[in-house]
Design a protein around this ligand. Structure first.
Ligand code: G
Ligand code: G
Ligand code: MN
Ligand code: NA
Length: 253
């Protein structure tokens, strides 16, 4: 299609870039890492958000091309920031991996290539996968296990929006749960209790918990009370271009 062609040529022309949103340690507020979020500076259209092109790219192997770009760029950027003294050498970067790339592409090789080209310590790379892509897919589960054998960690994104139970997660090769922002945003006491339960259960199984979409300070306080490990959201910082991360100054884990 026309949009697929535009994505393909935009990728060749260097129109794709990553924005970065800090992820902080809840108790201390220290920056632990960044989530890389893709943007398209499409000629004649301005900045295009991923919802407008990822689903289209997922109809073909284009999604793997975008995935390789994100992996290469995010790892390169983190190494550059570390070398420049902007971030400590424990700070991580999280890249969103499409379920289509995980299931259909050569994701293990792609991650290996990005690590080799950048020289990034694998422990500093987090791969975010939505829960719906891994449940009931033995191939996807085996690929996640292979990825973890490379030394990278795996986070389940948007946790709570699918049907995965904590019991299932315990059997999946994952390290971290990212609680979907709809749970974080709710002011209903029973949702707050649900977040508490998710954190407790995740900790029981040795998983770390990141809360997404934190917009208000009372939400951050509530997360601190229930022992949530890390948080990200507009309250802390919006996703921003690399130059803005640079302008913010040093971040250490
Ligand atoms: O930044 P936000 O509008 O930025 O992102 C919207 C959605 O797009 C989120 O669900 C996010 O996970 C997804 N997304 C952002 N960047 C990427 C990416 O590099 N690859 C994939 N597959 N999804 C992404
Ligand atoms: O699905 P994923 O978690 O990867 O998506 C991240 C998306 O959430 C991006 O679109 C990002 O811009 C957005 N986002 C990040 N922080 C906040 C927040 O505090 N509030 C809202 N509404 N969206 C956020
Ligand atoms: Mn994500
Ligand atoms: Na999410």
């Amino acid at each position: 299609t026309e949009l697929e062609d535009a994505i393909r040529s935009g990728l060749r022309a260097g129109e794709f870039l990553l924005h970065y949103q800090p992820v902080v340690d809840v108790p201390s507020g220290a920056v632990r890492g960044f989530e890389a979020l893709m943007r398209w500076e499409r000629r004649g259209h301005g900045l295009v958000a991923p919802d407008a092109f990822i689903p289209v790219a997922e109809k073909s192997s284009l999604v793997a091309d975008l995935g390789r770009f994100a992996l290469a760029e995010a790892t390169r950027q983190l190494v550059a920031w570390t070398g420049g003294g902007l971030v400590g050498d424990d700070v991580t970067v999280a890249v969103n991996v499409s379920g289509h790339h995980l299931a259909g592409g050569h994701v293990v090789e792609d991650v290996q290539d990005a690590l080799a080209a950048s020289g990034l310590d694998p422990r500093r790379l987090v791969l975010e996968i939505t829960e719906t892509t891994v449940v009931d897919d033995p191939v996807a589960v085996e690929r996640l296990a292979a990825l973890r054998r490379l030394g990278v960690s795996v986070a389940i994104d948007d946790f709570g929006t699918g049907y995965t139970s904590i019991g299932q997660l315990q059997r999946l090769p994952v390290d971290t749960l990212k609680i979907d922002r709809s749970f974080v945003a709710s002011t209903e006491p029973r949702y707050r209790e649900l977040v508490h339960l998710i954190v407790s259960a995740a900790h029981t199984f040795g998983l770390r918990v990141v809360a997404e979409g934190v917009e208000e300070s009372h939400q951050l306080s509530a997360l601190r009370e229930v022992g949530c490990d890390e948080a990200q959201g507009f309250l802390i910082a919006r996703p921003m271009p690399p130059a803005a991360v640079l302008a913010q100054g040093p971040a250490r884990a």
